[in-house]
Each structure stands twice: as C-alpha cells, then as structure tokens.
Ligand binder design. Structure first.
Ligand code: SER
Length: 612
C-alpha cells in the first residue's frame, strides 16, 4: 500500500470503530515540559490524568468542539531530537508521522490488541513475526493478560516477554502517563507500540495509579510503509522516492539519507512557525538546515537541489498537511535565508583555515621538511591545527571538524585523524564546561567571573585553579570513601583559589594515617592521569550508574555524570553527578595536600586541601 492509502486506511479503520478523528497538533507543543511534539498522545495527556472531560472540554485541534468520545485516533507530526544521530541507518528519522489510537477509560487491553491485529493482518495484509509483552519488574507484574489475549486471537503467534527497556513506556526524565506495552514486530522491526497507560510517573520516577487508565498507541507511518512496500529502508519507500532524484548519484549514503530526513523536518518545522535561532526549537531547526548545507557543499549538490526538494515535499505532503501549502513561500524563503547566511560563514571559515595553515607552514621548518622528506605518504602528524583552533573555527563559522579534516587532507602531508578528533573533542568539552558554569556567573554583586555557589573565581586564571581544585575535590571524596567506607557522603563544599573545603559525614576524628592514605589515593589517581569525562543523561539513569549525588539537592531532569576513569580498562576512580567545570585529565591537577581536618557539626567533618 502506498503511504497515502495507509493514512486513509488507518483513520477509516478507527473511525468505523467509534473513534473521533483528530487532526495532528503542531510540532511546537503547548506543553512546556517538551521542546517538540514527540508522540501522538501528547495532545491527549489531560484526559488520562482526568484533568479534563472528553465530552465537555473543547479540544485544541478541533476548534471549539469537544472530542465527544472516550476514543480518538490521529496521525501526529512528531519529532525526536534524541534520534538525530541515528538518522542515516535504515529506520531512524527526526521527523515522522505517528499513527495512533487512544482511549481514556473507553476500552483497554482486549479491544486495543484486537484492533491492532485486525488492522495489521486483515487490513494491510502483513504477517506478524512475533509480539512482545511486559515481562514484569519490581512493582509492575508480568502482563499475562495481554499474553492470553494474543494467544486467543492466534494460538500460533509467538509472544515474547521483554523487560522495562523495551516494554514499558513513559516520558524519559519527565512526568506523565505511562505503563506496560505490547509491541508488534513485522519483517524484523518493531512497528507498533501499544501502551497500557495505568500509572502516572512523577519527576522522580515514582509511579501512582492513573485516574483514567487507557490506551495510547503509536505506529510510525514510515516504518509501516517500509514493511508494507517490502523495502529494507524507510528511504526507499514512496515517502522519499521522488525526493531522491535531486541529489547527485553516488552521494554518500548516510549524507543522502540525512539530507532527505532533514529537509522533511525543516519543511514541517517552518510550517509550524519555528524559525532558525540559537535557542530551543529554533536551534534544532538551525542545526538541521546547516547540516544539509554542509552536505550540499561537500557533495556538490546542484544549485537548486535543496530548493527543489522543499517544493516537492510541499506538493506531496500538502494534501494531507495543508499548512505546508499555506506556508510554501515562508518555507522557501526562511530556508534560503539561513542557507545563504551559512554558506557565507563556511567560505569565511575555509579562508581562515587556509590562512592558519599557511602561517604555520611559514613558521615551521619542520613542516616543510616533512613535506619534502615524506611527501603525501608521510605518517607523521604535524599539528597544523590544534584542537582549540579547530574548535574556535567551529564556534565562529559553524565549520565542523569533518570539514576541517577535508581541508587538511588537501595538503601534501598527512595528519593524524584520530588525534585531531580527540583534540577537538577535548577543546569542545572544556568549552562546554566553562560555558555551562558561566550560566551561573554573577557579575556585579561581588565582581566574580564565576560563582556556582561551590566554585568562585575572579578571572580566567583563577578559574583554571578552582577547576583543578574542583576535580581534586571529587577525587578526595572518592579517596575518603575508599579509606573510611561508604558511609562517607558529601555534606557541602566550598572552593576558592586558595583551597578546597570539603564537608562530609563521619562520626569521629580521622587519624593521621587515614588522612595520609586518602591523600595518597588522590595523588595516585592524579599520577595515573585518568580521563575526567562526563555523560549527560536523565536523573534516573544517572543514579543507576552508581554515581554519587546529594539527596538534598534539587537536580534537573537531565544531569551530567562526571567520571574520573581509565577508558581502556574501564576502571572508575570517582563518579558523581555534577555541573562542572572540571579538568579533562586528572594529571592537570598537580599535587594535592590535605592541610587540616576538623569537626563542624555532629557527624560532619571538614577537610581543607590545597594544590602544592
Ligand atoms: N506514546 C507511545 C510512543 O511514543 C505510543 O504512542 O511510542
């Protein structure tokens, strides 16, 4: 079935079964807890919590009318920023159309499963490989009821039990309705997710039974089209096929898929009023446009390729999504505006790179010598552009490291690809830490450059020192826990350019030997020059890594987990939730010396330590 027929078949199927058909809501949601609409259920959230009555309250996408039913179905424009880096494989997309049926106390497992089976098998004519149900975990039991229902429909069907990661749906790191799921697999991929909303998850991940248990299902049109059209790729379906002809043949396949994905996303975001900017949805849009312009540049697309793709998207999707037609000119103009701005930056960035290389060649006899001695076969790495310089070019011109590499590759001598990448990443990480901490800068008041509450620095030089002391403080906590045991927890800390002051729970004075051992462990960790790296994740995921945190502190939904570790052996010396900034390698700290230990309150000790 072509994608247009699939859309109609889906909506008709549920209309005939008493569902109110609801238009897609905007990609820019009313719900401030999410940046962009990620699922069909979003516009229905208040019905599950019982906050509004489907027979009384006007529904936002139905003008002044209420749903007039406990059951609804829609095809929702959805966008998942979390999948941006996966785009380019056979089935991940940023923008996609999510088909879904919903019920708020109207029906539950029995009907939801039968509808799904009938639609997939009888309506679309597909064969189900297998289905999965929730296998049970802590307070939520195995979903035997769904298992029984599937078997009663088709006793030969394979029903697998999966864990929480696969078969429990909830808003990651956020609050909202959630519950166990059952999923349908066809041609090896998951195509339909049927959620039994039974709980409300609060921001800390606690589950409360929901006022109006119900159904929330989601099936990506692109994946359904892929299995129905028997393709091995979403990009081979009719949803994309006419767009491909504008790209030069032989375009690197990932770049090509990303371009098509991003152009659809860009069209729909612009039609919903998003404009390129440096924050939130505008920033996502800007990144997508710039990425396609980089591909355009790198793979030599024809002058009008991207513009033509936008026009075809408007024509092909405009029947179903009128907003594309209504905003056709806006889409073309806003895209072209950002494209031009970025093309100009890219050419300035390219000039900067070449100027920089020339300058270094002139300065460096070594470079010239290597060039003569080894020619293009040289294995020698010449640090033509440092990580900091590359990052600066990226920051100023939006010229990413891959393109800088392309430029470097034009020179006769080779450079070390991996080393260059790492140097860039280190520079980027350093920058992110400093700018994150900078969000908390308080100018004026006490004239400080940085004041996170914990760290204080008056200028860049002091910032470097407190950053070293900050990492030292993490090592100190880890060292103390190794010597004194895991009852040691941070009770506060204060870092100035002179020293770190670290308070922790412990019920007696430390012996000189204990202090020596802790100090020694810290200095050993420094000598090992461990990597100090962070990963961003949800608060719950962070806790699950065993990272230390203070239960009293209020953390945001997404947090950073810093580890001082050896990435080769995976040995972790210290792991904590923290906002940074930190050094990138513990070796940068130098030597740490504990200068004082005292009691400050019942069960709380205080250590002062300095850099030697
Ligand atoms: N909310 C679920 C999902 O996004 C089902 O629609 O997968």
């Amino acid at each position: 079935m072509d994608s247009g027929s699939l859309r109609h078949a889906f909506l008709n199927f549920f209309k005939e079964r008493g569902h109110t058909i609801v238009p897609s809501s905007s990609l820019v949601p009313d719900d401030p807890s999410v940046l962009l609409t990620t699922a069909g259920m979003q516009q229905f959230k208040p019905y599950y919590t019982g906050a509004v009555d489907p027979f009384v309250s006007p529904h936002p996408t139905l003008g002044g009318k209420s749903l007039g039913s406990k059951n609804a179905a829609s095809i929702q424009k959805s966008f998942r920023t979390s999948d941006i880096d996966e785009v380019g494989d056979e089935r991940h997309l940023t923008f996609f159309e999510m088909m879904g049926n919903f019920s708020f106390g109207g029906y539950f497992k029995e009907e939801a499963i039968r509808y799904a089976y009938d639609f997939i098998v009888k309506e679309v004519g597909l064969k189900i490989d297998y289905v999965s149900v929730f296998g049970g975990e802590s307070s939520v039991p195995v979903d035997e009821e769904s298992e029984r229902i599937w078997k009663s429909i088709d006793s030969d069907l394979v029903v697998k039990r999966f864990g929480r990661a696969d078969n429990f749906w909830g808003p990651t790191g956020n609050e909202g309705p959630c519950g166990p799921t059952t999923e349908i697999y066809v041609n090896g991929i998951e195509i339909w997710n049927i959620v039994f909303n039974q709980y409300f998850q609060d921001r800390n991940g606690n589950l409360e039974p929901l006022k109006t248990p119900g159904i929330d299902t989601g099936m990506g049109l692109e994946r359904l089209a892929m299995v129905s059209q028997d393709k091995s790729h979403v990009f081979e379906t009719d949803l994309f096929s006419s767009l491909q002809s504008f790209l030069p043949s032989g375009t690197h396949s990932v770049a090509f898929r990303r371009t098509l994905d991003h152009m659809r996303a860009v069209s729909f975001l612009l039609a919903d009023g998003v404009r390129p900017s440096n924050k939130e949805a505008g920033y996502v849009l800007r990144r997508l446009i710039r990425k396609t312009v980089l591909y355009e540049d790198r793979y030599k697309f024809s002058e009008d390729a991207l513009r033509n793709i936008l026009s075809v998207i408007t024509q092909e999707y405009g029947d179903f999504y009128r907003e594309l037609i209504e905003n056709q000119n806006v889409i073309l103009e806003a895209f072209a505006g950002e494209q031009q701005k970025f093309r100009k930056l890219v050419s300035e960035g390219r000039k900067r790179i070449h100027d920089l290389i020339k300058k270094k060649e002139e300065q460096s006899h070594f470079a010239v010598r290597v060039k003569e001695d080894f020619g293009s076969k040289s294995e020698h790495f010449i640090n033509l552009i440092s990580g900091d310089e590359a990052f600066d070019i990226y920051q100023t011109f939006g010229f990413p490291p891959e393109l800088i590499e392309d430029e470097l590759a034009q020179y006769a001598y080779s450079y070390h690809k991996e080393e260059f990448k790492q140097a860039f990443e280190r520079a980027q990480q350093k920058h992110q830490e400093i700018s994150r901490a900078g969000l908390e800068r308080k100018f004026g008041g006490h004239g400080l450059l940085l004041d996170t509450g914990e760290l204080k620095a008056a200028n860049e030089e002091e910032l470097q020192i407190v950053t070293r002391l900050h990492t030292a403080t993490h090592l100190l906590q880890a060292g103390l826990r190794k010597v004194l045991g895991e009852t040691v927890h941070q009770a506060g800390s204060d870092i100035t350019v002179e020293r770190t002051r670290f308070d922790f729970t412990y019920d007696r004075k430390l012996t000189p030997e204990e202090l020596k051992s802790a100090e020694q462990l810290v200095n050993e960790a420094i000598e090992k020059d461990l990597s100090m790296e962070y990963k961003e994740m949800s608060f719950q995921e962070a806790i699950a890594t065993g990272a230390l945190y203070s239960p009293k502190e209020k953390y945001p939904a997404r947090v950073k987990v810093y580890s001082a570790w050896n990435p080769q052996t995976k040995e972790v010396f210290s792991r904590e939730l923290c906002g940074g900034p930190h050094v990138t390698h513990t070796g940068e700290i130098g030597k740490v010396k504990i200068i004082k230990e005292e009691g400050v309150a019942a069960g709380v000790r205080r250590i002062r330590a300095v850099l030697e």
